[in-house]
Design a protein around this ligand. Structure first.
Ligand code: NAD
Ligand code: UD1
Length: 335
């Protein structure tokens, strides 16, 4: 089976590329390298012992996508390409609607033109917003509170309409909770340059001496220790969810990819301390605007429909992140 992977040079995409190659799929990557790294693909290919085709291409370039699809003839597309910073999306929403919404529309147009009818899309738990009561089931009311989240919601709506109009189409929406982790070899993981917004990359930056202390946002949430609770999922479990989605029947499917279990900020800091054997200094500061107290998935639907279940726990996620930092201290820079 041939799979086209957009955004395959990024954090999650490169791990998906490795896993697909490892399973024997032929893989073609389309990426504009705005945040991804060509060397991540080289590492994925080396780890799997198989080549990967790469095209430096922006998903907004429909005609270029069509010619790539006509020559590679993929049976499915995994669509990871997109921008993902909430803060940047608030400052520059047009960039997010252009990259994430227009980019996805361009991809769908190319797929329809080339009669490729399976699309697996990276959505986010952020579409649930602050309305619902966790754990969130897929039918919970949606209400994203920032342009990034709304761009994901718009693509979900686009996919819904495409599946209604084209009964041969399989549109699979995967709502990720909080992806963390790395390949156990230490060769593939998340490499954030500058100051990361997300908790685990920031904690890693403190361990590497790039930042002095972690700021714990909030002490008065209605949680066991007053800090925010999230459903952290190992990126390799997430990738297995994509592989399972290749066998779903036609039509629209929506799945949460989470573990169903939440951890507080203090529990994450403690887990990182225990795997690194180092003290992680932190300050408790005000809540971060836009944060919800608790975000946890109800993952039952994915279990029932795809026989998929997250297997790895928080310690394994932290171990793999720590190992990636040790093995790849300069991320994807050429050593
Ligand atoms: P990433 O930034 O590491 O990877 C995104 C990749 O897409 C990069 O390689 C980038 O160069 C490429 N890209 C961006 N815009 C493009 C465009 N217009 N054309 C072609 N390539 C483009 O991000 P990631 O963490 O791997 O996330 C992958 C997907 O999962 C994104 O769509 C993101 O919104 C979604 N997601 C991520 C998280 C998370 O916490 N990492 C959570 C929920 C959803
Ligand atoms: C954030 C985004 C979400 C996006 C996801 C993946 C916001 C409001 N939400 O989710 O839309 O899909 O990243 O990119 O930005 N925390 C600290 N200190 C830090 C960083 C985070 O205490 O330095 C806390 C947060 O308050 C939260 C938890 O750690 O309780 C996890 O935060 P983070 O990793 O940023 O993920 P989300 O907020 O869940």
């Amino acid at each position: 089976m041939r799979i086209l992977v957009t955004g395959g040079a990024g954090f999650i995409g490169a791990l998906a590329v490795w896993r697909l190659l490892d399973l024997g799929y032929d893989v073609c990557v389309v990426d504009n390298l705005s945040s991804g790294h060509r060397s991540a693909l080289d590492r994925a290919s080396r780890l799997a012992g198989r080549p990967v085709e790469f095209h430096l291409c922006d998903v907004r370039q429909t005609s270029q996508l069509i010619s790539i699809m006509q020559s590679f003839r993929p049976e499915a597309v995994m669509h990871f390409a997109g921008l993902k910073s909430v803060a940047e999306s608030v400052a520059c929403p047009e960039l997010y609607y252009e990259n994430n919404v227009q980019g996805s529309l361009s991809l769908v147009q190319a797929m329809l033109q080339c009669q490729i009818d399976r699309l697996i899309f990276s959505s986010s738990a952020t579409v649930y917003g602050a309305n619902g009561v966790p754990p969130f089931g897929e039918d919970a009311e949606l209400g994203p509170v920032n342009p990034y989240g709304r761009s994901k919601w718009m693509v979900e709506l686009l996919m819904r309409d495409i599946c209604s109009a084209h009964p041969e189409f399989s549109g699979i929406i995967l709502r990720y909770f909080n992806p963390v982790g790395a390949h156990p070899s230490g060769l593939l993981g998340e490499w954030v340059q500058g100051s990361p917004n997300n908790l685990v990359p920031y904690v890693m930056g403190v361990l590497q001496g790039r930042f002095d202390r972690v700021r714990v946002f909030g002490s008065d949430y209605p949680t066991s220790d007053g800090s925010g609770v999230r459903d952290y999922i190992h990126v390799l479990d997430l990738v297995e969810g994509h592989v399972a989605a290749l066998n779903l029947p036609k039509g629209l499917s929506v799945f949460n990819l989470g573990t169903g279990r939440g951890y507080s900020v203090h529990e994450v800091i403690q887990a990182m301390q225990s795997v690194s054997g180092r003290i992680i200094p932190f300050d408790v500061v005000d809540r971060r605007p836009g944060d919800v107290a608790v975000s946890i998935a109800d993952p039952c639907r994915a279990h029932q429909a795809m026989a998929w279940k997250a297997e790895r726990g928080l310690i394994e996620m932290c171990q793999d992140v720590w190992n990636f930092a040790q093995c790849s201290p300069k991320g994807y820079e050429l050593e």
